[in-house]
Design a protein around this ligand. Sequence first.
Ligand code: NAG
Ligand code: NAG
Ligand code: NAG
Ligand code: NAG
Length: 777
Amino acid sequence: MKFLSSSLVSVVASSFCITSAAGDKTLTLDHPFQTSFKKLPQKPCVSLFTREGRIGCGTSDRESMVGQVLSWTKLMNSNYYNQIAQKLPKFVAVLGEHEYNAQTVEQIIANSDSSLLQGILVVNATSSDGSSSQGYYSPAPVSPRGEDSPSAQLTPDNGYAWNTYGDGLILKDMYGIPTGFVQDSRIAEYMYNAGDQQATDFIAKLSNENVNVFDEEIKKFPPIMAEFDLYMGPEEMNSVDCLSWIDNDGNWRPKCLPLGGTSVYATAGTPYTRGDSNEEKKPIVIVGTNMDATAMFHDLSFGANSAAGNILAVLMAAKLFGESVTDDILDGLQNKIMFAFFQGENYGYIGSRSFLRDVAYPGFECSENGTVPALAKEKDKENPKMACLSPLRHDLDFMDLGNIQHMITVDQVGILTTENTFYAYDSTGNNVLTGLSSDDWTVAASSAGALPPTPLSSLVSLSGGNVGGMVLTGYDDAYAAKSNYLSHKDTAASGNINLEAIAKAATIIARAALVSAYGDNYDGSAMNTIPDLDADDEDFKKAANCFFEDGNCDLLTNFAKMERGNMRVTHDADLGIGPSLGKPPQYYPSVLDSRNGQPFVQVDGKSYGAYNGDKTYGENKDDKFLVRPNLLSMSLYGLLNDYLGRGGLEASGDSNLKKCQSSSECSKVSCSSGIDPAVCTGSKVCVCPRAHYHLALDEGLVASPNNSTGVFIPSDDDDSVSPMYTEPYWSNDIGVHVYRASGSSASWTLGVGFVTAAGCVAASIFLNRSLRKQKLY
Ligand SMILES: *[C@@H]1O[C@H](CO)[C@@H](O)[C@H](O)[C@H]1NC(C)=O
Ligand SMILES: *[C@@H]1O[C@H](CO)[C@@H](O)[C@H](O)[C@H]1NC(C)=O
Ligand SMILES: *[C@@H]1O[C@H](CO)[C@@H](O)[C@H](O)[C@H]1NC(C)=O
Ligand SMILES: *[C@@H]1O[C@H](CO)[C@@H](O)[C@H](O)[C@H]1NC(C)=O
C-alpha cells in the first residue's frame, strides 16, 4: 500500500468499543463494526469553491451535526407526514443511492425544518433493497460544462442537451447539508434498515395520539444516530477569498488549493532543435482527450466511460501509430502528430486551456530574464532544456512547436448507442473520420450539429472558431443512457463497457492521425499501414485492466517507477511517485500541490512555486526545476516515450533495442535528432524521448512568486472566463460517526427493536484524508 491515495487512510474512533467479535456475525451497533473496520470505504460529499461561490456539501459550522437516522422515503410515503413533520427530532435522512438526486434533495429541503435536517446518508443499495439497478442517472447538468455552469463561457454550443439523464446535482450548493455515501454494503444495509425501522416507529407512534409511550422504552432502546463532522468553510466563500485568506494574526494563510495536475503530451517523429527559430515548423495535429472524471462523491469518480475508455483509446492509438510508421516517413509528411492527455477537463478544461494558451493563444511569455536552464548544472551544455522562473514552467519545449492545424478528440467510445457504430463531429470539412468506416464498423456523421465538450472545445473557443477539428464519439445526439455520466455508477463492474469498441476506436484514431499527418498529400494508405487492433491483444488487455479494474497494476507501476528512477539520474532528486488511481481506478483530478503535479524551482536550497527574488538562479549549481506528477501522468509519460520513441533510434528495429535498468545505461544509444539523450522506459529498453509534462492550472491563477508551493494568486492577465475551482483544506477528522444514543439523554425520541448493549457506542465510518491539513477558518 505504498502509493495510498490521499483519501485512503482510515482512523478508528472510540476504539475502546470496537470489540473484535468473531467472523461473519450479523452486523449490529451492539457488536460494533468489527471485522472489516479498518478498510471501510465511506465517502464524503465535499465542497468546492469557484470564482462565484461554492458547490457541494458541508456542515454549517465547526459544530458537528447530529440526528436520528430516518428513512426519507418512508417518512414521505406515509400518510401522516404533515402531521409528524413538526414533531420530528433532529434527523439525518437515509436514502438508497437510486433515490439520491436533485429532485429528492429539493424535496427534503422543501419539506423539512432546516433546524431539524442534519444531513443525508446515501447508502449503497446493491444489497439493501434489490432495486439498485433501476433507471439511469447523471448528477451532471443536462448541458455538461454548459450554460448555467461555471464553465459556461468556455464551451461552444453550451446550451446543447447532451446529457439527457442529468439533473445538475453536482453543481448544487448544499451548504449546511453534510452528505456521505456508505459504500460498504453490510453497513449500508444496516443503516438502511435502521432508518427504515426508526421512521416506521415514528409514523406508528406519532400518528396515533393515544399511544403513550416512550420514556421507559427509550431507555431500553435508544435510537441510532449519525453525527457529521464535515466543515468546509463559511457560507459566503469563493476561490479568490479562500486563496487570499488572512488569519486573525494578520498572516496570509490560504485555505484551499486549485484543482489541477499534470497533462502529458508527446510528438511523433523527430523533435525540432530546441530554441532554433529559423527551423521550419510543421503544423501540428493534436490527438487528445481528458484524463479525469468526477462524481458527487469525488472518491467514487470511476469514469469508466467518460475517462478510462478515452485514455485507453488514445494511448492505444499512439501505440499503433508508433509501431506502424517510422520517423523517417513521418519527418517527410506535411503535418506533425501529437498525442495528449489533458488533466482537469471536467473542471473548466483546465489542462487543454493551459496548454493551448501557452502554445498559441496567445502564447506563453516568461518574465524578463526569467528563462533559465531547467537544470543549472547543464547551463554550458548545447541546447539545454529551458524553464521559466515566473510564471513558473519547468519545461519550455512547447514553445518550439508549430501552429496548431486541428485537433482530433475522442469521447465515450466504451458504450455505443448504436451497435458497431461511432459518430463523428467534424468542422474541418475533410470528413476524415467518416471516411474510415470499414465493412463491420461504421463512422457516421453526428446529427447533433453541436460540438460535444472535449479538449477540442478549448481550441475552438480560444481560436475564436478559426481552428477546429473532429470528435469521435460512441453517441450521436445524446450521451448513452447506460453511461450514467459522471455518476459513481459509471464503472467497469456495470458490465456496460465494450472493449472491442474501444480497440476499434483506437484503430480509427490512429488512422485518422496518419491521414492528418499526410494532409493534402494523403494517398489512401492508412487502412493498410495501420492494422486493426484486436481486443484480445495482450498489451491492450493489460492496459484495459489497469484503467478499468486495477490502477495499481504492474504496467502503470513499472512505468511510473522507471520515471522516478530516471529523475534520480537526471535531476539527482527522488520525489517518489505521486498518488495512484487505486482499485478500482478513480479519476478525480485532485488538488494541485507539490505532491500532485505542481512544478517548482529550487534556488539555493529552497523550493518556490515561482521565483523572481534577489538570488540569481544558477549560482548554486544544484538549482533546478522539479515536478512530481501523479502515477497516471508518470506512467502515461513513460508509455508515450515507449510507443513513439523507437522510430528515432539510429539503428532501428525492435531487435536492436538496447536493454536497460535505468537511463544511465542508455547514454551510448544515439537518437537521430541528438537533442536529448535516449531514456529507459518501463519496458526496460532505451528509446528516444518524446513525452513532456505540462502544468494544468486554471488560467485565472498563478503560483505566487517567492513563495513555497501550494500558494496561488490571481493572474495579472486573468480574463474572468474560467471557473477557478478550488478545494478547501479540511480537518483530519471529517466524517460521520454512527452510534446508538445512550438511553438517558434521548429524551425526545423513540427506540427501535435492536438489542442494546449499554454503554458501548460509537464507530467512525468515514475515512480521513491524510493530505488535508488542520481545521480551518
Ligand atoms: C456497493 O456494494 C457492492 C457489494 O459489496 C460493491 O460491489 C459495490 O462496489 C458497492 N458500490 C460502490 C459504489 O462502492
Ligand atoms: C535583465 O538582465 C539585464 C542584464 O543583466 C539587466 O540589465 C536587467 O535589469 C534585468 N531585468 C530585470 C527585470 O531584472
Ligand atoms: C519577490 O522578491 C523580489 C525581491 O525581493 C521582489 O522584487 C518581488 O517583488 C517579489 N515578488 C513578489 C510577488 O512579492
Ligand atoms: C509568501 O512569501 C513571503 C515572503 O516572500 C512571506 O512573507 C509570506 O508569508 C509567504 N506567504 C505564504 C502564504 O506562504
